[in-house]
Design a binder for this molecule. Structure first.
Ligand code: ATP
Length: 254
């Protein structure tokens, strides 16, 4: 398996607070990798550094052999690394299908003039976008809500729509920040199935921040544990669950 992402020495300081301290992680193709740790451990800050929302104080972020740490977020997402946020961020006044099409539009490989004159290649790309959006709506059980405003969907549906919106850009690495937060057990089970399917059917690697340990332990290929900004352990779910330091710092809470 090829390495998709290599992170080393990642450090983020906010004034006197060292939020992320020398974190390292690797993600290979077709892997589900989780980052776990107590509240405030620095997990979301790691995501924000990887996706260009923050400029890290130090460290290397290599994505498919290319350094990313100086690039803005929109360029990083075009390179195939996309994310969701801890709080749902949909275009709530747009319809469900528009939320998907808008994501596709930002990644269309056609130029301004092609769009202006609606060339054959532009129309073909648009048609493919509509077909892809329909397929995703079908997969996440939202076909019947295609023309409803996204803000009117139930919370669990909005969460699934966010993931589908990311998938419209055909990423290599999908980063999910607490996707199970606020979901009921049935919705969490659906999410579990969807994430595994993204890896197995769509060949996407998933980097997951999550507090639901049943979900994490069930689907992760490997897990990184951070505590107070620092790396604490990494390994398979079995190794992490039996690591005394991890149990003391975090898993003991569950
Ligand atoms: N923009 C910022 N400015 C100042 N401090 C910040 C900023 N972003 C995060 N922090 C601080 O960095 C630390 C790590 O926060 P972060 O949100 O990354 O933790 P987390 O592990 O994702 O927590 P949770 O599980 O609660 O989401 C916290 O002390 C937080 O207050």
């Amino acid at each position: 398996m090829d390495k998709l992402l290599h992170v080393s020495g990642l450090t983020m300081r906010f004034g006197g607070l060292l939020a992320v301290n020398n974190v390292a992680l690797d993600v290979y193709e077709k892997e589900i990798i989780s980052i776990i740790g107590p509240n405030g451990a620095g997990k979301t800050t790691v995501f924000n550094c990887l996706t260009g929302f923050y400029k890290p104080t130090a460290g290397q972020i290599i994505y498919r052999g290319e350094p990313l740490q100086q690039l803005p977020g929109h360029i990083i997402s075009r390179k195939g690394m996309v994310r969701t946020f801890q709080h749902v961020r949909l275009f709530k006044d747009m319809t469900v299908i528009e939320n998907l099409l808008v994501a596709q539009h930002r990644h269309l490989n056609t130029g301004f003039l092609a769009g202006l004159f609606k060339t054959a290649s532009f129309r073909q790309a648009e048609q493919q976008g509509v077909e892809r959006a329909s397929a995703w709506l079908e997969r996440i059980g939202l076909s019947e809500f295609a023309n409803r405003e996204a803000g009117n969907l139930a919370y669990g549906q909005q969460r699934r729509l966010e993931i589908a919106r990311c998938m419209m850009t055909q990423p290599n690495l999908l980063m999910l920040d607490e996707p199970a937060a606020g979901l009921n057990p049935a919705e969490t089970a659906e999410l579990d199935e969807l994430i595994v399917e993204l890896r197995d059917k769509h060949q996407v690697s998933v980097l997951l921040i999550e507090h639901d340990m049943k979900l994490v332990m069930g689907i992760s290929d490997r897990i990184y544990v951070v505590n107070q900004g620092c790396p604490l352990a990494d390994g398979t779910p079995e190794q992490i669950q039996s690591n005394p330091e991890v149990i003391k710092a975090y898993l003991g809470e569950f």
